[in-house]
Design a protein around this ligand. Structure first.
Ligand SMILES: [Zn+2]
Length: 123
């Protein structure tokens, strides 16, 4: 059985991949799933690990990569840090660091609604 958090992870990963539609590093696009969403072959990467609840469902903490680039950044955290600073700019990167170091309890119902809203706003 999937937990509530697992289900939110699946929904959030879908959102991030729909947001980006390609690997943000090598630019390879996703391909269609059975719903015609171009997200297959892509993975949702967390810069700060998912056990940090304050950034588990935080768009600035998450990126779409292909399997290869995801593995590369997992093994090279200093390179991932440079990528994030290039991507977000120093101010937003600092905000992300601050948020990641903040304790936060999540309300799964509220998080689900927020992710749904993000998905709807893509259309
Ligand atoms: Zn890639």
């Amino acid at each position: 059985m999937l937990s509530k958090l697992d289900n939110l992870d699946i929904l959030f990963s879908r959102y991030i991949r729909l947001r980006d539609l390609r690997c943000l590093e090598c630019k390879v696009p996703g391909y269609d799933n059975s719903d015609g969403e171009r997200i297959l072959g892509l993975e949702c990467s967390h810069y700060h690990i998912r056990s940090k609840m304050s950034v588990r469902f935080y768009p600035d903490n998450t990126d779409t990569f292909c399997h290869f680039c995801h593995g590369y950044y997992e093994e090279n955290p200093e390179e991932y840090k440079k990528f994030k600073i290039r991507q977000l700019g120093l101010e937003r990167f600092k905000e992300l660091e601050l948020r990641a170091s903040t304790m936060m309890r999540l309300d799964p119902v509220k998080v689900r609604l927020e992710i749904r809203k993000l998905i709807n706003n893509l259309e």
